[in-house]
Design a protein around this ligand. Sequence first.
Ligand code: CNA
Length: 254
Amino acid sequence: MQNNQTLFEAIELIKKSEEIIVFSGAGISTKSGILDFRSSDGLYNHISSNYDLPYPEAIFELDYFIENPKPFYNLAMGILDQYIRPTKCHEFLAWLEEQGKQIKIITQNSDMLHQVAGSQDIMECHGTFNSAHCLECESEFHLDDIRDTILEGTVPYCDCGGLIKPDVVFFGEDLPEEVYSYFEKEVEADLILILGTSLNVLPISKFITEILERIPSIMVNLEATQYDKEVTCLFNEDLNEFAELSWGLLEKSL
Ligand code: CNA
């Protein structure tokens, strides 16, 4: 760990905080085997090398998906085919909650790993893979209803003939209403943990970075972000290493 002083400061902040907001991004799940978007070995570079698309982001754009859903479902097949488990960091957050901390997870991820780890209060601001809807008749499906079709390499369609789309928020779609109502009020917390996000995706990164003026923060991210100077404790480190060290230190003192 780069700086022991900052680590001890972060541990003290976690220890004395009762209400903690966690803002997580794709970086918390990379050690589970799910690529993030923007790292050099992330999804965008993978898509550029392996898919014939006008630009990598097109795969997550609603208009492009409606025209050509095959690339998205091909990518989804590769993810569903893996055995994916939560990381040490997901587990650390669930453990903090077990210790009596009030933890609100605000995640940009749709991989459901916070739920699997046991966290209770989770707002999925970019939707979820767990459910899906027909884009024509709006019938609802569970992931289990379409999983086999996706794994066979086939695009799932509804009985009405409409294309089925997982309930993840694509570029061109709005965030769930609960996200706007949550940030409409002044957010109260003792601490915010920002974990594994480049803070590039609007509007959610704007909502979060506005809070940094009022609430102490810890950010853990391998790469620098444009908000590094605005956080209280910064770690350009691997999240699992941070979680393991913090867990060990807190276990002795909480
Ligand atoms: P991003 O823009 O790809 O940024 C991820 C950040 O995490 C990068 O800055 C990396 O440096 C950092 N990172 C990667 N691995 C680690 C690690 N082991 N330890 C510490 N830091 C690490 O992703 P964001 O989440 O900021 O972007 C938001 C997008 C990505 C959202 O719309 C998500 O839905 C979307 N996404 C989600 C998943 C998922 O559900 N797991 C996967 C890929 C993309």
